[in-house]
Design a protein around this ligand. Structure first.
Ligand code: PAF
Length: 278
């Protein structure tokens, strides 16, 4: 696995791959890799000839300087985890490769960025959309792999490649879960043992609410019960707990179209997110 830090060096390589008619897959990450990321890499390996994993802690998607400063930077560890998967390139762009002096462009995706994590974290999805656009163009990927855990992010990315005619297929991959159902996240490591045991309630509360909605319970009632259950399990605050239409994330009240329940809630100072289909 080569570690590449400049877009010129990356482009020299992707040109050769293209000349040999090889397809390129990219897995964008901010590092601190866990088995969920590695499952995205496996999906990329199964689908494309060449795989690039990107590692860039994107300052523009953090709306809190302390969160950015605390974000784990574990490049050596990440490279070690990727080695057995025979990834072709770990692209770790120097910051000026992404945001050179004078950088003045922001990609802002309307609609699907509104509310949910977009409401709680102003500017977050502009930062995500801008960096993802750059990473897709710099890697020249045919396929890009994103986890469904960040469901709103996946929707934002799908919207932007459609709207900007970026010739890449976005592949959404199922959330990788611990045996008790908790979605894998680097944040889970910040939970102590007792909080970790309670954390899986976030997933079971969603599942119970989804089943109730399908069985005819009004969404407001099912979500109210899920919120009470989370609060009783020690979660708080619950930033959002919502039922949205899958296609465009517009609010839903009844299962009249494929939908999604999405939640963000804090447990002992750690913000957890999850979502399930309805
Ligand atoms: O999901 C992430 O890790 C980030 O939001 C992404 C897609 C790598 C953009 O910085």
């Amino acid at each position: 696995m080569q570690i590449i830090r400049t877009k010129a060096a990356l482009r020299a390589l992707t040109r050769k791959w293209r000349a040999a008619a090889q397809s390129i897959g990219v897995v964008p990450t901010m590092g601190a890799l866990h088995p969920g990321h590695l499952s995205l890499v496996e999906a990329a390996k199964a689908r494309t000839d060449r795989v690039i994993v990107t590692l860039f802690v994107n300052p523009r998607q953090f709306n809190n300087a302390e969160d950015l400063a605390k974000y784990p930077r574990t490049e050596e560890d990440d490279a070690r985890k990727l080695a057995p998967l025979a990834v072709d390139v770990l692209y770790v762009p120097d910051p000026e490769e992404i945001y050179p002096d004078g950088f003045a462009t922001t990609i802002s995706v309307g609609g699907v960025s509104d509310g949910l994590c977009g409401g709680d974290r102003p500017g977050h999805f502009d930062g995500v959309a801008t960096v993802v656009t750059k990473l897709l163009l710099q890697t020249d990927a045919d396929f890009a792999f994103f986890g469904e855990k960040d469901y709103q992010q996946l929707k934002v990315v799908r919207r932007l490649v459609t709207d900007l005619d970026i010739p890449v297929e976005i592949v959404g991959c199922a959330t990788y879960r611990e045996v008790d159902g908790l979605a894998m996240s680097s944040r889970n490591l910040r939970l102590d043992d007792a909080a970790r045991r309670r954390a899986s309630d976030i997933h079971s509360a969603l599942r119970t609410a989804a089943d109730a909605i399908v069985a005819g319970t009004p969404a407001s009632q099912a979500l109210g019960a899920a919120r009470t259950r989370l609060e009783q399990a020690g979660f708080g605050p619950v930033d959002y707990l919502e039922y949205r239409r899958d296609s465009d994330l517009a609010p839903l009240e009844t299962p009249s179209a494929p939908g999604r329940l999405l939640v963000a809630a804090w447990l002992e100072g750690v913000r957890l997110i999850d979502n399930v289909p309805v």
